[in-house]
Design a protein around this ligand. Structure first.
Ligand code: GDP
Ligand code: PGA
Ligand code: MN
Length: 589
């Protein structure tokens, strides 16, 4: 049996023979290596130095204007059997996909350096962690992977060690920025081979292969095979004044508030009473049942790749403090004194995200999907438990999206099956995180539409399978911070005040409040949501927390139609649950 190191070296040699780089650099993940790469990128213009007095160690990268977001129509999942891919993914036959990609990769690194990046998703010593190796010709990708993952020597050692157990099972990712031609751009996944091939984009989600490609699309396949869950969720710890902490995992689609909720600042009154919020993760959550039947979660990432616009001292001061130093900014604007700038910050931009003199006629100064990449350790609320090999026990799972109408502020599922239905039925208005129209309502089950690497019908069945004897599963909730009034303004203040909703959930978990049962789930009873210090009138609260029966009947019918799109693999139990809720709505007096 070949050792993992031999398997890795063989693959690196194969890739080098195909891509023909001038040299190969094995990344050790050291600070020295990072600094050298930064110097080199400053010299060739890949990075631009920002004001080092105000922002030490901060740099700006401008991506190609045609390469600023994930490209879902060019992102494919290549199961040998198309059926396994499901209607939720784009598919290509693996042999055809390999041939297509290898033709693009042929000779693409000529005259350039090929970087080999061993990385570990999750704490190095955690049994829940999984490793991968990304090969790339982009030093920008290396620098971002250094921030976003445990990358380098320790990861390579773990990969070599694990080979003794399982003959070299690490995820292989091959990336080249290519010529950035949108017609020669593909992000291909081969779940059976635990392999990713990405060509023609330098943008985060398409190029940092540890993130969405590995930790969600490939890992969702690993998770199904091995009995765990790889989800598009933040993980946040809520510590009450008695010092007890509940961990909550929440799935919101891209640009719908994960980073903000993960770094929430309690409202004034809560702070005074001693509530604290701990950030464990802001984007991805891997969970598995522990010996006690509870779900334990790790954040596989080591950094944040956050949306910059809207990040401000009033919306997310923790994020703003995190990015005051040692941060890579992508596609933000700059001020006259060379500080990073985006819509929502004080000050004035002089240069827009494309490097042009700022002119409002050209649209926003910072690209709406401009980003910061920063080590999680720089976050003031970074949880010490985030490095825990065993993960944190999850008390509640939350689903949510941008729903301008109908969906109440919060509702609780009556049991796991109902919760899985809530997750499957999730919908949200589209955002700038992916190319395409913004503000269109689409179903996005568990916020995994672009990321579930196999058939959604099988994925729902996998979720349902966790409800088994001995399981002590978290309660499941659905929230909507984005309900709008007739004037088009958000009804709920959101951000820090979302803690009021999380507190209600925790009170429910601890059996302290009873809520009001309705056919769509349990809603807070009057007085159960703590609203002290909040200027919100009772009529607005009423609107946020009442159920519009006719609207819900139409919604349940739409959910039924949507679920039927996954037949014949849709679990009968899920369709039955939809019928149960629809029936209960019909039976209402
Ligand atoms: P992520 O991509 O899911 O991590 O989303 P972010 O946390 O980066 O937030 C995306 C956008 O939603 C930003 O413009 C935020 O300002 C906005 N946002 C986040 N939380 C809330 C909230 O509670 N209410 C409202 N109205 N907007 C929010
Ligand atoms: P997000 O993911 O949009 O869910 O924050 C980052 C990405 O697009 O790569
Ligand atoms: Mn985010």
């Amino acid at each position: 049996m070949a050792s993992t190191l031999e398997a890795l070296e063989r693959w690196v040699n194969e890739v080098a023979a195909l891509t023909r780089p001038a040299q190969i650099h094995w990344c050790d993940g050291s600070e020295d290596e990072y600094r050298t790469l930064v110097q080199q990128m400053l010299a060739d213009g890949t990075l631009i130095e920002l004001n080092q007095q105000t922002h030490p160690g901060c740099y700006l990268h401008r991506s190609h204007p045609s390469d600023v977001a994930r490209v879902e129509h060019l992102t494919l999942v290549c199961h040998p059997n198309q059926e396994d891919t499901g209607p939720n993914n784009h598919w290509m036959d693996p042999a055809e996909a390999h041939a297509k990609m290898d033709a693009l990769f042929a000779g693409c690194m000529e005259g350039r350096t090929m970087y080999v990046i061993p990385y570990c998703m999750g704490p190095i010593d955690s049994p829940l962690s999984r490793c991968g190796v990304e090969i790339t010709d982009s030093p920008y990708v290396v620098a971002n992977m250094k921030i976003m993952t445990r990358m380098g020597k320790a990861a390579q050692e773990r990969i070599e060690r694990e080979g003794l157990l399982s003959d070299g099972v690490f995820v292989k990712g091959l990336h080249s920025t290519g010529e950035l031609d949108p017609d020669r751009r593909f992000i291909m996944h081969f779940p059976e081979e635990r392999t990713i091939k990405s060509y023609g984009s330098g943008y985060g989600g398409n190029a940092l292969l540890g993130k969405k490609c590995h930790a969600l699309r490939i890992a969702s396949n690993q998770a199904r095979d091995e009995g765990w869950l790889a989800e598009h969720m933040l993980i946040v710890g809520i510590e009450n004044p008695r010092g007890e902490t509940h961990y909550i995992a929440a799935a919101f689609p891209s640009a719908c508030g994960k980073t903000n909720l993960a770094m929430l600042i309690p409202p004034e009154g809560y702070r005074r009473d001693g509530w604290k919020v701990w950030t464990v993760g802001d984007d991805i959550c891997w969970m598995r049942p522990g010996a006690d039947g509870r779900l334990y979660a790790i954040n596989p990432e080591a950094g944040f790749f956050g949306v910059a616009p809207g990040t401000s001292d009033s919306s997310n001061p923790n994020a703003l403090k995190s990015i005051a130093r040692d941060t890579i900014f992508t596609n933000v604007a700059v001020t006259a004194d060379n500080q990073p700038w985006w819509e929502g910050l004080p000050g004035t931009p002089v240069t827009d995200w494309q490097g042009r003199p700022y002119d409002p006629a050209n649209g926003p100064a910072a690209h709406p999907n401009s980003r910061f990449t920063v080590s999680a350790k720089q976050c003031p609320t970074w949880s010490p438990k985030a490095e825990d090999a065993q993960g944190v026990p999850i008390s509640a799972i939350v689903f949510g999206g941008r729903r301008p109408s109908l969906l109440p502020l919060v509702m609780e599922a009556r049991d796991w099956t109902h919760g899985v239905l809530m997750g499957a039925a999730m919908g949200s208005e589209t955002t700038a995180a992916a190319t395409g129209a913004v503000g269109v309502l689409r179903r996005d089950s568990m916020a995994m539409k672009p990321f579930a690497g196999y058939h959604y019908g099988d994925y729902f069945a996998h979720w349902l399978s966790f409800d088994r004897p001995g399981a002590r599963l978290p309660k499941i909730y659905h929230v909507n911070w984005f309900r709008k009034g007739r004037d088009g303004k958000f009804l709920w203040p959101g951000f820090g005040d979302n803690l009021r909703v999380l507190e209600w959930m925790i009170n429910r978990v601890e059996g302290k409040v009873s809520g009001v049962e309705t056919p769509i789930g349990t809603l807070p009873a009057t007085g159960e949501l703590k609203l002290d210090g909040l200027a919100i009138d009772p009529a607005t609260m009423d609107e946020l927390l009442t159920m519009d029966r006719a609207g819900w009947q139409a919604e349940l019918a739409a959910i039924g139609d949507y679920l039927d799109g996954f037949a014949p693999r849709l679990p009968a139990a899920l369709r039955a649950e939809q019928q149960r809720v629809a029936g209960a709505l019909g039976d209402m007096p």
